[in-house]
Ligand binder design. Structure first.
Ligand code: MTE
Length: 390
C-alpha cells in the first residue's frame, strides 16, 4: 500500500459496474475469499465418518457466537434430516400423565432463548499424554456457542405431572440408530435445561438434532441429546451404556471415573495460535475464549513468558453464565521467542489448572475433561506452534 498502489489508483470493477441482484442466494453464503474457514475432520481419528467428529475453526471466529454452519459435529451413528411433521416427543415413567407431543404442540408452549456454549467432553482429549495436534481447531474445536430457543424441560415435566416424591433421575433418548441415552438428576432437569428446536434464530440444522434437541447448559456435549424423542423419569441411576462404558476416564490407579458431567472452567488463546505466523514485530491483539460450566467467567490472565508473569485481560460483553466469554489483551512483540498462555477463573473461584497439575490427579490415560492451560510457542521466525509447558 501507499504511493503508487494500484489498489488505490485504479478504480476497481466493483466501483464501476452494477452488482448482483438481491436474493441471488435466497439463503446467504460467505464470501468466496473465506472458503478456507471450514469444519474439518481429523483424518484417521475414527474408522467411519458417520461416527466421528468435525471441529470448529476457532482461529477464524470473532466474538462468541459460532455461525451455525461452522458448529462442530459429533455423531455416534451419523445424522438424518427428520420430517418435523412426523417427529414425536414422549415423556413417560414417574409422571402422572405420560404424554406424546408433536412439534406443533411444543412450539405453542412458552419458550425461552438463551446463549450457551456446548463442549464435547472429549475436547482436548488428544493432549493428555503429550502434544498431539497442530492447531486450535483440533485441540479445542469441539466447542461452539449459540443462542438456543425452546421450552424449558421443567415446563414439560410439570405439564406431565412429574411425581416429585419418587422421581430422582431423568433419562433422555435420541431418535438416531445409536440409541444414545444420557441421564441427569431431576434437580438439574428442573433447573435450566431446554428442549430446543432453534439455534441462532432459525430451526436447528439437521446435524445438530433437527427438529429437537436437549440443551443442558454447562454439561458435556454428550448429554445434549439430538433428535430427542423421549424423556423417561426414574427413581434410581440407569447406568446406561453411554455412562457405564463410554465417557469414563482411566485414572492413574487403574480404576475408571464415571458420571462426570460439568465442563470445568477453561480458556484458550485463539489468535495467535498454532499454525499461524506473526508478520514481524510490533503490536498484536491477543484474543481468545473462556468458559465455565459452573457459571460466569470472573477473570482471565494472560502470560507471554510461559506462566512466569501474568496480566489480566479485558473481558468483552456480554458476560453470561455457561456461555463463551471473549477476552482481549494488548501485546508488543519484540521478536524474541515467547510462550503464550491464558488462565481462566470462574465465579466460584475455581482456577484453570496447568497440565502437570491435572496429570498429577488424573494421570495421562484419560480422554475426557482436559481443561488444562494451553501453551502456544512463538518462534523468532514468528511461527506459532503447540507446546506443553510444565
Ligand atoms: N445425540 C444423539 N442422538 N446422537 C449422537 O450421536 N452425540 C452427542 C450429543 N448428542 C449425539 C447426540 C455428543 S458426543 C456431542 S459432543 C453432542 O451431541 C454434539 O453436538 P453437535 O453435533 O450439535 O455439536
Amino acid at each position: 500500500s501507499g504511493a503508487g498502489d494500484p489498489n488505490i489508483l485504479v478504480l476497481p470493477e466493483h466501483s464501476r459496474t452494477l452488482g448482483k441482484p438481491v436474493a441471488t442466494h435466497p439463503y446467504g453464503q460467505p464470501s468466496q475469499y473465506e472458503a478456507n474457514l471450514q469444519r474439518r475432520e481429523s483424518p484417521g481419528l475414527t474408522r467411519v465418518g458417520a461416527a466421528s467428529v468435525s471441529f470448529t475453526p476457532l482461529q477464524g471466529l470473532f466474538g462468541i457466537i459460532t455461525p451455525s454452519g461452522l458448529h462442530f459435529e459429533r455423531h455416534h451413528q451419523g445424522w438424518h434430516d427428520i420430517d418435523p411433521a412426523k417427529h414425536r416427543f414422549m415423556i413417560n415413567g414417574l409422571v402422572n400423565n405420560p404424554k406424546v407431543y408433536t412439534m406443533d404442540d411444543l412450539m405453542r408452549m412458552p419458550s425461552v432463548s438463551r446463549m450457551h456454549f456446548i463442549e464435547c467432553g472429549a475436547n482436548t482429549a488428544m493432549e493428555w499424554g503429550n502434544v498431539a495436534v497442530p492447531s486450535v481447531q483440533y485441540s479445542h474445536g469441539m466447542l461452539s456457542c449459540s443462542e438456543f430457543t425452546g421450552v424449558p424441560l421443567s415446563v414439560l415435566l410439570e405439564d406431565c405431572g412429574v411425581d416429585k416424591r419418587r422421581a430422582k433421575v431423568v433419562l433422555a433418548e435420541g431418535a438416531d440408530g445409536s440409541s444414545m441415552t444420557r441421564t441427569m438428576s431431576l434437580e438439574r432437569a428442573l433447573d435450566d435445561v431446554i428442549v430446543a428446536w432453534a439455534m441462532n434464530g432459525e430451526m436447528l440444522r439437521p446435524e445438530h438434532g433437527y427438529p429437537l434437541r436437549l440443551v443442558v447448559p454447562g454439561v458435556q456435549g454428550v448429554s445434549w441429546v439430538k433428535w430427542l424423542r423421549r424423556i423417561e423419569v426414574g427413581d434410581q441411576p440407569y447406568a446406561t451404556k453411554d455412562e457405564a462404558l463410554h465417557y469414563i476416564d482411566a485414572m492413574p490407579d487403574g480404576t475408571f471415573r464415571q458420571y462426570t458431567s460439568i465442563q470445568e472452567c477453561k480458556s484458550v488463546i485463539t489468535t495467535p495460535s498454532a499454525g499461524q505466523r506473526l508478520q514481524g514485530t510490533g503490536y498484536y491483539n491477543i484474543t481468545g475464549l473462556a468458559w465455565s460450566g459452573r457459571g460466569k467467567v470472573k477473570r482471565v490472565d494472560v502470560s507471554v513468558d510461559g506462566g512466569r508473569n501474568w496480566r489480566t485481560a479485558r473481558l468483552e460483553t456480554p458476560l453470561l453464565s455457561k456461555c463463551l466469554t471473549r477476552f482481549n489483551i494488548d501485546w508488543e512483540w519484540d521478536g524474541t521467542p515467547a510462550v503464550l498462555q491464558s488462565r481462566a477463573i470462574d465465579e466460584t473461584g475455581y482456577v484453570q489448572p496447568k497440565i502437570n497439575e491435572l496429570r498429577a490427579v488424573r494421570g495421562t490415560r484419560s480422554i475426557y475433561h482436559n481443561n488444562a492451560i494451553q501453551s502456544w510457542q512463538v518462534a523468532q521466525s514468528g511461527e506459532v506452534s503447540n507446546v506443553q509447558v510444565y
